[in-house]
Design a protein around this ligand. Structure first.
Ligand code: HEC
Length: 159
């Protein structure tokens, strides 16, 4: 009788120990699965924050959005940002921006910006579309991610 009782006690003790260690394990796994602080996510490709080229690109995008509204009315827009910096702005992947391919795409883009500055109201829509196409060509070839956003610059695009 005493023996059985002792065994029962051992049994319960073991069960408690087992569930306790299982609980510990779950807590540990959950603790590890806890997402690291936000900066870790962006730091993989961009440890020092946004590159100069990224900042310039955002300005180019905003400026183009503003131009789109003017062009849609058939008016010639003013080009504001200093886009020539596309050749010198430090990129997240500097080698990419120093490549011959990038330079050619950048020159093609700058040519459309220049044409836009000299456009007449009759041709302004076509030239503007040409500029958006030049954003797209470089991105299709070198950096496809932002294409979804750039698409919105087309005159035909409506939200
Ligand atoms: C010569 C190639 C080239 C041309 C032309 C170009 N881009 Fe980019 N763009 C890039 C590259 C490369 C990046 C990535 C920058 C980096 O990570 O440093 C980028 C990044 C971007 C981004 C992402 C910015 C962010 O918030 O991460 C947007 C939006 C963008 N470009 C819009 C445009 C628009 C709009 C145009 C035309 C007006 C344009 N791009 C023309 C190469 C180009």
């Amino acid at each position: 009788m005493r023996r059985i009782k002792l065994n029962l006690v051992t049994f319960y003790f073991m069960r408690i120990l087992l569930s306790a260690s299982l609980l510990m394990l779950v807590v540990l796994i959950l603790a590890c699965a806890d997402p690291a602080p936000a900066p870790a996510k962006t730091s993989i490709y961009n440890p020092n924050g946004d590159s100069e080229l990224t900042l310039l690109m955002r300005k180019m995008f905003d400026d183009a959005m503003r131009m789109k509204a003017t062009v849609a009315k058939g008016e010639v827009p003013k080009v504001l940002a200093e886009f020539k910096a596309i050749h010198t702005a430090e990129a997240t992947e500097p080698d990419k921006a120093k490549s011959e391919k990038f330079k050619n795409f950048a020159n093609a883009y700058l040519a459309t910006v220049e044409a836009l500055q000299q456009a007449t109201p009759v041709e302004v829509k076509d030239i503007y579309e040409g500029m958006v196409a030049s954003c797209m060509s470089c991105h299709r070839a070198m950096c496809p991610g932002p294409m979804v956003r750039i698409k919105k610059l087309h005159l035909s695009y409506q939200d």
